[in-house]
Design a protein around this ligand. Sequence first.
Ligand SMILES: [Mg+2]
Ligand SMILES: [Zn+2]
Length: 184
Amino acid sequence: MCPIKAVFFDRDGTLIHEKPGTYLSNPAQVRLYAPVPAALKRLAKAGFHFFIVSNQSGIGRGYFSEKEVNAVHRHLQDLLKPAVIEEIVFCPHAPHQACSCRKPGTLLGEKLIKKYDIDVQHSFMVGDKKADVLFGQKLGLRAVLMTTANGKNHLQKYPDLKPDFIARDMARAASYILRESKRA
Ligand SMILES: [Mg+2]
Ligand SMILES: [Zn+2]
């Protein structure tokens, strides 16, 4: 078996629209960013496998249940078809629970890398927050910061943050990943 190359995506503010300060728990409110389907098609064609790693602290805060999150994810998978997300994993804890699965904690990523034999040197993380960039870089992935939702703020707020690439939309993120993977 050959190791696979993967793109890990954050969910809210990266693949789907995020309303700042709100927690999404209703499948009917899931809205993909427009460039996402075509970008995933290009990446899949180049042989990338897809995963979603999400912090869902709304569960730990008691705002919604794991069951509701799973319903959102089933709907998201439908919207993304024909692209396939191999697995969606999430941290259900609130920040004060100090778990090791909440990004930038790397536990969920480590498990996926082991389970799917992912080649980290040829794989990427795409997200819109500092926690996403740190999660990716700690795992040895190259990290793309999306300026779609929180990215711009986080660049200003955290001057030490050094994403490998900054993308204004998913089409640009995909182009960067495809360029990098040709060089390797
Ligand atoms: Mg996000
Ligand atoms: Zn957790």
